[in-house]
Design a protein around this ligand. Structure first.
Ligand SMILES: Nc1ncnc2c1ncn2[C@@H]1O[C@H](COP(=O)(O)OP(=O)(O)O)[C@@H](O)[C@H]1O
Ligand SMILES: [Mg+2]
Length: 283
């Protein structure tokens, strides 16, 4: 999945090493990093790969540090953009109303009454602290009426079942907002909206991409001015801000993510991305 990025990084004279994601997941950090050459001088590093849980990221961070490579975001910075509840207070003004609570053991709706009742009978979407099951939109993401216990139970149960061992921490409930529609996803049928992924490096916008590779965005271009202030307050050297246009014309933040684990859409020019990364890294 990352071989194109590997080639682009290489051809832009960035030093690249491969690590084993599978070994990180198993907690075997030494073995995961056995192909990573230690640096003689302290050097900044960027991980590009699948999402890691905060404790796995910390192991990676510490493992690389012992090889003199300091990942661009420390574990606290990583978690800040990775877990929606961490950044919610900061981005509140720009993002749909959200409630959340950690989930230990089996799901029992009575323990989440406050979080769900906050939305009355409005439609909501659900996710865990990191991800949704958006491609199972009707079954496991969208709840048309938050006061309908049967609907709530069914969608949340399906969501938890699909997340399985990848479930992150707790449940997040968000007011459903009418966004400008694009098309329905050709594989899953999920309703796609005019969403953009903005990469921010060292507090500057580095690249902006159409989030979806299908559908016609027509002349919609992202308007970033509104977010400049909040962007500058986010304590992360490399993050993404996904934004979308509401039907009434206003722009909102859909979610933040750590830039190291945020996917590039197919429409992104990978060579350009690594060129920009190299430039912004001050190499
Ligand atoms: N509050 C919301 N109102 C309307 N649509 C939403 C809302 N939150 C998410 N969506 C839609 O659901 C998709 C998935 O939500 P997102 O929070 O980005 O989860 P994931 O982390 O799985 O990408 C978004 O791309 C957007 O199209
Ligand atoms: Mg998303």
């Amino acid at each position: 999945m990352y071989s194109d990025e590997y080639d682009s990084a290489n051809s832009n004279q960035l030093q690249v090493s491969l690590l084993s994601f599978e070994e990180i997941k198993k907690g075997k950090i030494e073995s995961a990093l056995k192909r990573v050459r230690a640096s003689e001088e302290k050097t900044e590093g960027i991980y590009r790969g699948w999402m890691l849980k905060p404790n796995q990221y910390k192991q990676l961070y510490d493992g690389l540090l012992s090889k003199n490579i300091e990942l661009t975001n420390n574990p606290i910075q990583y978690k800040f953009c990775h877990y929606l509840p961490e950044s919610y207070d900061l981005i509140k003004e720009y993002t749909p109303k959200t409630t959340f609570k950690s989930l230990k053991g089996e799901f029992n709706i009575s323990e989440f009454e406050n979080e769900i009742n906050a939305f009355g009978n409005k439609p909501i979407v659900i996710k865990d602290y990191v991800k949704s099951q958006k491609h199972y939109w009707k079954e496991a993401c969208y709840i048309p009426d938050a006061s309908n216990t049967e609907q709530v139970n069914s969608v949340i149960s399906k969501f938890i079942e699909l997340q399985d061992v990848d479930f992150n921490e707790g449940l997040v409930f968000r007011e459903f907002i009418k966004l400008e529609e694009l098309t329905n996803h050709s594989a899953s049928g999920m309703p796609l909206t005019k969403e953009f992924r903005v990469f921010v490096r060292n507090n500057k916008v580095m690249a902006t991409y159409k989030y979806w590779d299908e559908g016609d965005y027509q002349d919609v271009e992202p308007v970033l001015e509104r977010f400049e202030n909040v962007m500058s307050k986010i304590d992360s050297k490399f993050f993404t801000m996904d934004i979308a246009k509401k039907k009434d014309g206003e722009w909102i933040i859909v979610e933040l993510g750590d830039g190291q684990v945020a996917g590039l859409p197919d429409n992104a020019n990978k060579d350009e991305f690594y060129k920009k990364l190299r430039r912004n890294a001050g190499v």
